[in-house]
Design a protein around this ligand. Sequence first.
Ligand SMILES: *[C@@H]1O[C@H](CO)[C@@H](O)[C@H](O)[C@H]1NC(C)=O
Ligand SMILES: *[C@@H]1O[C@H](CO)[C@@H](O)[C@H](O)[C@H]1NC(C)=O
Ligand SMILES: *[C@@H]1O[C@H](CO)[C@@H](O)[C@H](O)[C@H]1NC(C)=O
Ligand SMILES: *[C@@H]1O[C@H](CO)[C@@H](O)[C@H](O)[C@H]1NC(C)=O
Ligand SMILES: *[C@@H]1O[C@H](CO)[C@@H](O)[C@H](O)[C@H]1NC(C)=O
Ligand SMILES: *[C@@H]1O[C@H](CO)[C@@H](O)[C@H](O)[C@H]1NC(C)=O
Ligand SMILES: CC(=O)N[C@H]1CO[C@H](CO)[C@@H](O)[C@@H]1O
Length: 319
Amino acid sequence: MFSVFSVIGLLGLVSATPIIYDGRAPFNYTGEDLNNSIDPYLSVVKGSTENATHYSTLLGLLLPPTPLWNQPSVLPFLTVPTEQPIAISIDNTSIFIPGGTPPTPQNGFRRTGLIAQANGNHTALNAITDVGTTVFHVSIRGDELRPLNYTHEYQIVWIEPNDGSHVFEIQLGSPFTDPTGPLPAPDAHYLKVRDHALNLLFETPFTLEDWHNFAVQIDWTDRTLGVFYSTNDASLEAVTGVEPNDSTPEGAAGQGDYHFGVLKLPLVNPADTPAEQANVVYYGIQEGTTEALIYSGVFIEMITEGVSAGNGKIINAIS
Ligand SMILES: *[C@@H]1O[C@H](CO)[C@@H](O)[C@H](O)[C@H]1NC(C)=O
Ligand SMILES: *[C@@H]1O[C@H](CO)[C@@H](O)[C@H](O)[C@H]1NC(C)=O
Ligand SMILES: *[C@@H]1O[C@H](CO)[C@@H](O)[C@H](O)[C@H]1NC(C)=O
Ligand SMILES: *[C@@H]1O[C@H](CO)[C@@H](O)[C@H](O)[C@H]1NC(C)=O
Ligand SMILES: *[C@@H]1O[C@H](CO)[C@@H](O)[C@H](O)[C@H]1NC(C)=O
Ligand SMILES: *[C@@H]1O[C@H](CO)[C@@H](O)[C@H](O)[C@H]1NC(C)=O
Ligand SMILES: CC(=O)N[C@H]1CO[C@H](CO)[C@@H](O)[C@@H]1O
């Protein structure tokens, strides 16, 4: 007898190259887990006045996650998701106060983010995920009721070494400039993948109701990037070649936390001093609006057996 469950079990197997971090929220992952930074997420990057569940919502069955890893291709009508999407929002309380002496609130930003974590230790995970060649997967969707404001810059996915730079980043909106240029920027509504030096590697229109699936291949030794992309249930395809990224620090200094969420930069405030105007972390204009993005399909894999492209397919790494 060929049961529905054995079909799903099989599909689970074929999608696996060695996965070294799985950030696809299982259905037993609860708000209490999120509040307490239980694996697979560290949830401390958020406003200081509210618990994590105020900003990040586990959607359960309310919305299907990206179909890429969740649709049995043998029985396409039978969609049994294996993960729940997460809505990540900001509002005017989303002022992060990082550790440090004295703790200084990041008043220029509004931000909520989740950081990949395993065994309660995100730093130890980086030493596993940021060596050799690894692929960082993430799927992003809009939240029609809580849209972003495209006159601002948003950093939504990145890897951050200790020097605060980004090995790569996915960005939306109009890049922050001082002085403020014409707004919105012509490609404000595009999802943009940038390298460490902020060069544009790939961009695509951010249609709110589609799942936008990204995978970024990083060669940590040669310091190069490659980008894969698709929408909804289309399998991932390479959209760049191997791109040099050697402004990234070498070795451990270039390893960093895998972040996803909503980080909204301010606009320059004409009332501030020139030094303050250039200091985006602490100064600038924010409207305090409630805005959100929705995430699923977050995981990291090695390329020893190729790259997971969705629908049970494994494709070659970019070379
Ligand atoms: C969810 O269930 C899996 C499998 O039983 C278990 O390994 C995991 O620890 C559970 N996660 C949480 C957050 O309870
Ligand atoms: C998480 O924090 C929120 C906000 O304080 C609280 O309402 C909620 O009860 C917490 N959730 C759990 C499951 O502990
Ligand atoms: C977070 O949730 C806990 C438990 O539900 C509650 O006791 C606490 O007051 C909440 N803290 C904030 C900042 O809302
Ligand atoms: C947002 O918060 C800032 C800093 O706490 C405050 O100065 C500002 O008035 C608030 N804006 C709104 C619209 O509530
Ligand atoms: C986390 O891992 C790092 C690197 O392996 C280690 O130095 C640190 O002590 C660990 N932290 C905790 C709290 O275990
Ligand atoms: C979007 O940001 C601009 C620039 O700060 C501001 O003028 C506008 O009111 C904002 N729109 C909304 C809907 O908040
Ligand atoms: C795509 C690309 O070449 N990106 C950058 C990678 O890093 C080097 C070194 O800083 C830059 O020159 C490249 O522009």
